[in-house]
Design a protein around this ligand. Sequence first.
Ligand code: NAD
Ligand code: UDP
Length: 313
Amino acid sequence: MRILISGAAGFLGSHLTDLLLAQGHEIVGVDNFITGKDDNIAHLKGKPKYSFLRHDVIEPIKIDGPVDRIYHMASPASPIGYVKHQVATMKVNSQGTWNLLELSIEKNARFLMASTSETYGDPSVHPQREDYWGNVNPIGLRSMYDEAKRFSEACTMAYHRERKADTRIIRIFNTYGPRMDPYDGRVVISFIRQALNNEPITVFGEGKQTRSLCYVSDLVRGINLVMESDFHEPINLGNPEEMTILQIAKEILALIPQSRSPIVHMPMPPDDPRVRCPDITRAKQILGWHPVVPRREGLGKMIEFYKDQLVKK
Ligand code: NAD
Ligand code: UDP
């Protein structure tokens, strides 16, 4: 198949590219590098089945030749990233989604939209099932991301219902692995960077808030299965092993025994969800998917990846 991936120079987009190239498909990567990096796709240059288009998907997109699948992964994804790029985040999840849905109609291509667990906000149902509508502050400090993703889901369903677009929606929960931006503030990469550099590990609040961490290879395998399934409503993808942020800090420190980093507590950011854990019953039933990489192994691989490049000399 010929597959277009928006956000192809990002963390998830680049791993998804590797998976789909390994399956023998032709990939057209699209990115404007607002949060992505050339380093993430440097290994792909010169591959015969890979091409790259520098383009902002907020602008209409023109692609020559057929397109069979569109994975819409483009969007700033970290709290630091989307607060820095508020308007761009809202636009890529509205106008950007719109443009790629139009392309899917034009090319008769199947379309998948990367949504997020943030659509559940600070959830009052726990773990989160797909039929829970969420608890989101529409003007809060995360609203440019979570409300935009909610709009993007609505837009996808409108094209599906009215225009008969062949669409899929995934709600991704916290995912970690190599190629995360070391300075985008997301918790796992921040703690690994801090521990490798003997800097204080910055736990926000008391660290009692919870997250559930999915390794990137599990996640992209799930994304591909959703695309090739026949299900149009949202599917949660994530690892249901829930832990507190303080536990995550301690676990990372235990995996970097030479680290002299102390754990320090910083003020809790506003609107930070207190709990988050996916109910993945739907993914299990429809896709036969569940995560298989143990956290220790995933964190170990990630530490190995960053060990040399991050340590300040
Ligand atoms: P990332 O920032 O590493 O990658 C996003 C990519 O999209 C970047 O390369 C960026 O330059 C590109 N991009 C942004 N706006 C664009 C535009 N207008 N035109 C073209 N390219 C654009 O983030 P990620 O972690 O790889 O996230 C990928 C997708 O998955 C996002 O949609 C994000 O909301 C979603 N998601 C990720 C997670 C996670 O834990 N990683 C969790 C939930 C949802
Ligand atoms: N967090 C933290 N210290 C950091 C970065 C994040 O304690 O240096 C916490 C943050 O408050 C949140 C959790 O870790 O409760 C996950 O944050 P992240 O930015 O990775 O993603 P979120 O799930 O909030 O979108």
